[in-house]
Design a binder for this molecule. Structure first.
Ligand code: FPP
Length: 243
């Protein structure tokens, strides 16, 4: 393996932060405490990504389907996100992080929408790492909203290519993820970045999200480095000696 490949760092890492509830349950705590600890884990992972010069980190904070949880848990998560923005925004901003929110903002409260807007505006000139928080997001929602937006923009069907539709997806500003990590032991995508993960490498970890940190991130990056990314092509066979 060449030096450049062995040292390769994924440009874009996407994470499904799963296992907060089980982390809390193991400690006889309400699920909310798991989510709270999950926010701290996220702040650590943001720093670890910056240290490793990863350019884009995208996390699944609330899926379109998470509304099915108890109203207590949903309102707890909304409150937690609001509290996290007021507690960590200045610190994350000082770390050089640009925050972007991806997802349907229509259904969230005005208070949360305003907090998102403030987080995006205050960090818009930061360049070290782009943190995309998928909130009220679903991969299928994204594809449908991209189609609608393309139609509204008057794109004729014969001009609707994959590249053209990508321009209308919620994460059109970022390259597709190189590495997708899911913690918590489940092995599925759960309607995360469906369009964007066509050639992404997947790493599934049994670690519960609140326990995920730099060490586990390095293990995932190591697994990523072992992969042979061909993007649908074939690797050139090594030349035979004497041929
Ligand atoms: C999945 O664990 C986790 C979530 C649905 C929420 C993740 C959200 C955060 C960590 C907060 C993010 C905050 C900001 C400001 C971005 P689970 O509850 O499904 O765990 P379980 O599978 O063990 O029940």
């Amino acid at each position: 393996m060449s030096e450049s490949i062995s040292k390769a760092v994924p440009r874009h890492v996407a994470i499904v932060m799963d296992g907060n509830g089980r982390w809390a349950k193991k400690r006889f705590l309400p699920r909310f405490f798991g989510h709270k600890q999950g926010v701290d884990a996220l702040v650590n992972v943001i720093q670890a990504c910056i240290d490793r010069e990863i350019e884009y980190l995208t996390v699944f904070a609330f899926s379109s389907e998470n509304w099915k949880r108890s109203s207590d848990e949903v309102s707890g998560l909304m409150g937690l996100v609001l509290a996290a923005v007021s507690r960590y925004l200045a610190r994350i901003g000082d770390m050089g992080v640009r925050i972007r929110i991806v997802g349907d903002r229509e259904a969230v409260s005005e208070k949360l929408r305003n907090a998102w807007n403030e987080a995006e505006t205050r960090t818009q000139d930061n360049k070290k790492l782009t943190l995309s928080v998928a909130f009220n997001y679903g991969g299928r929602w994204d594809i449908v909203q991209a189609c609608k937006a393309a139609m509204q923009a008057g794109v004729p069907p014969e001009q609707l290519t994959e590249a053209k539709l990508s321009e209308f997806t919620a994460m059109s500003y970022a390259p597709d993820p190189d590495l997708f990590i899911r913690t918590g032991g489940e092995v599925r995508i759960s309607n995360f970045l469906l369009w964007q993960v066509a050639y992404t490498e997947f790493v599934f970890s049994d670690c519960l999200w609140p326990e995920f940190g730099a060490k586990q991130l390095d293990a995932a990056i190591e697994a990523f480095r072992e992969r042979d990314r061909r993007f649908g092509g074939v690797k050139e066979a090594p030349a035979l000696a004497g041929s």
